[in-house]
Structures are given as structure tokens and as C-alpha cells.
Design a protein around this ligand. Structure first.
Ligand code: SF4
Length: 354
């Protein structure tokens, strides 16, 4: 039977130019001191993603905040008593923090810090997708707007996506998935679920190249290959470990290998070097045959965050995340399903088997 809705292949979203904050030593020291004072005055805590600059990651840890993936950033903000959460990351992360912490003021260094996955999945198009398949359960990746989360049945992160989809598949559900086609394909392969996939992609992970990776691995045969599942299938096929940012950092810390080839945003190297100081980290190649790299292993939206902008936001206000309450409340339901699932699975109340 002809499908009621044909999922369009999304054009690759044009990323902005990559502009990283360059600071001299004196300015860095002065900015950090000023930000620390302002954070104290405003009862603020900083949560930073692994892909942001080393300066922001260090500042978050020096001031009692956290450096983590998007879910843990939101969870940390929820548990922390501070009245203001500063989210160094991209917009959907600020929104997720606000969804889970409506009573708190959530600020970001730059509200223009977006994500190609979020941009590729407008809420009205996603609603039409769901309407066309009313018998399917909709599962969306965390990298989506609050309005898309509000329309979805489940929100998942890369670390838990396969488990939740496997669970829904075993319950007999057929699924809709959005927005990342590579992560969707990966989850479909490992779960065996019947899934119709949205066709978005991440400008950073889309650029990793399998042939060039094989060549680099041949030059470093003892290196373990770590791949984030937003990467193309041909790159995932070469991985020793496929996992979320947190799972890849854990792999560098615990595996016995001395060398690692890492296919995810190179901002993660800051934390990897910290947890495994003696190990050698190589960037997976983004060049080679068919190269279309717009951002070459570093997200241009993540790079919009920096100490100067953070100081300006604390000094002059603005850049607050605000979400209409009806959207926020519905989005909170689909996020809470994932959080409840994670707790139940950890407690052994949900058995997934192999
Ligand atoms: S690295 Fe990719 S998925 Fe992450 S924020 Fe940037 S564009 Fe989005």
C-alpha cells in the first residue's frame, strides 16, 4: 500500500562558519574571575556539553557545575539548588533544561546556537508525519525543539535509544523516528523494530568517511575505533565501540588500548584527555572521496559558546530560554517516560535480553 506521507530527504542544513573564541591568557583569567563573581551574585550554576570549549568545561567544573551529555546536563540542573542554570551547548539543550526545570531561569551564552537535526525537523512537518501514521508510536531524539518533543510519544538520547526502541518493539509497537536518519538506521538494525525514519542528519557526524577511516586504522592497527551513532552506517560498521558521548569517554578510560580513533565532535577530546591522560587520541577523517565537510569534526553551533558571551549575558541579561507552558508540560511527559524507563531498567524491572 502506498504510504500516506512520504518522508522527504532533507537537504543538508547549511552550517554557519566555524568561529572559535580566541583568548589571551590575561583575558581568560579576567573573564573567568568576573563570571565567577557574577554567578555567585546571581545564584547561578554552569552546565556545559562535552563539545564546548575547554575554557567553558573547566569553568563549569571549577564552579561546582557539570560537564556532560544533554540528558545529564538537564538532570544535574534539576537536582542542583541554584535558581539560575546557564547552559553552554545548543538551543535544544537549554530548552530541555527549561522543560525539566520550569521554576528556574535558564540562560545561554548565544541563543543562535542551533543544531542541524533540530533545524531539519520543523514542528509542523513533524506533526503532519505523526498524523499520517496514527497507529505508530513516535520516538524523537533529544536533538529536537520543545514543540517536536511535545508532539512525540517518547524522547530518547543516543545512550538509551536502542533499549527503548527494543522495548517498544517487544510490546508490538510500530514506530516513527525523527530526526536523525543515521541514528535511526542504527537503532533499527540493533532492535529489529519496524521504523519509518525522518531524514535529518548532523553536519559533524555526517562528514566522517569510511574509506579514509580504514586507511587511518591500517596505519594505527592497535587503535580502538570509537564511533557516535549519528555517523553513517559505513563508519559505524568499522567501530569497536558505538555509543553516546558519555559511553565513548568511558571506553577511552577503561579499554586497554593506548590509541583511539574517535568519530565524534573533537570537543570531546578535552574530557577524554582528562580521564585518560596517557592515551593518544586521533580524529576520524572527514576528508577523502566524497568529502562535503562543512565543519570538520567540530560543531559550529557549539563553538558559538564562549567566555565573552557568557560574561555579557550575566552582566546585561537576555538570552533566557522561555517556552509556552502548554508545550513545556507536554514535552515534559515524553521526556519523563524516558527517565522513568531508565530508572526501571536499571532496577531490573524491565528485561531486554540480548
Ligand atoms: S554536533 Fe551535530 S547533533 Fe550535535 S549540536 Fe552540532 S549539529 Fe547538532
Amino acid at each position: 500500500m502506498k504510504p500516506a506521507f512520504s518522508v522527504p530527504v532533507k537537504p543538508v542544513i547549511q552550517a554557519p562558519p566555524l568561529v572559535e573564541e580566541a583568548l589571551g591568557d590575561d583575558e581568560r583569567v579576567e573573564l573567568k574571575a568576573r563570571i565567577k563573581r557574577l554567578m555567585k551574585e546571581q545564584d547561578a550554576v554552569l552546565v556545559a556539553h562535552y563539545y564546548t570549549s575547554g575554557d567553558l568545561q573547566d569553568l563549569a567544573e571549577e564552579t561546582g557545575g557539570c560537564v556532560s551529555d544533554s540528558l545529564e546536563m538537564a538532570r544535574f540542573g534539576h537536582a542542583h539548588p541554584a535558581k539560575t542554570l546557564i547552559v553552554a551547548g545548543v538551543k535544544f539543550m537549554g530548552e530541555t533544561s527549561k522543560i525539566l526545570n520550569p521554576e528556574k531561569r535558564v540562560l545561554m551564552p548565544d541563543l543562535a546556537a542551533d543544531c542541524s537535526l533540530d533545524l531539519a525537523c520543523p514542528a509542523d512537518e513533524f506533526a503532519a508525519f505523526c498524523d499520517a501514521y496514527p497507529d505508530r508510536v513516535s520516538v524523537v531524539y533529544a536533538n529536537t525543539s520543545a514543540a517536536v518533543k511535545a508532539r512525540a510519544d517518547w524522547v530518547v538520547t543516543s545512550g538509551i535509544a536502542a533499549k527503548i526502541v527494543k522495548h517498544l518493539h517487544r510490546q508490538g509497537h510500530k514506530l516513527l523516528w525523527a530526526p536523525d536518519r543515521h541514528l535511526g538506521e542504527y537503532v533499527r538494525r540493533v532492535s529489529g523494530a519496524d521504523m519509518i525514519l525522518w531524514q535529518g542528519s548532523c553536519v559533524v557526524h555526517e562528514a566522517f568517511k569510511a574509506e579514509a577511516l580504514k586507511k587511518l586504522h591500517a596505519e594505527h592497527p592497535d587503535a580502538a575505533v570509537l564511533v557516535h551513532p549519528e555517523s553513517p552506517e559505513s563508519v559505524i560498521a568499522l567501530a569497536d565501540v558505538v555509543g553516546s558521548t558519555t559511553q565513548l569517554i568511558e571506553a577511552v578510560r577503561t579499554l586497554p588500548n593506548r590509541e583511539f580513533i574517535v568519530a565524534t565532535d573533537n570537543g570531546i577530546f578535552h574530557k577524554m584527555h582528562e580521564v585518560a591522560p596517557g592515551k593518544i587520541l586521533l580524529e576520524a577523517p572527514t576528508a577523502g572521496v566524497g568529502a562535503t565537510c562543512q565543519s570538520c569534526a567540530h560543531c559550529p553551533w557549539m563553538a558559538m559558546n564562549g567566555l565573552r558571551k557568557l560574561a555579557a549575558v550575566l552582566e546585561h541579561g537576555g538570552n533566557e530560554i522561555l517556552i509556552e507552558e502548554s508545550i513545556r508540560a507536554r514535552a515534559a511527559v515524553s521526556i519523563q517516560r524516558m527517565l522513568d524507563f531508565a530508572v526501571a531498567e536499571k532496577a531490573g524491572r524491565i528485561q531486554l535480553g540480548d
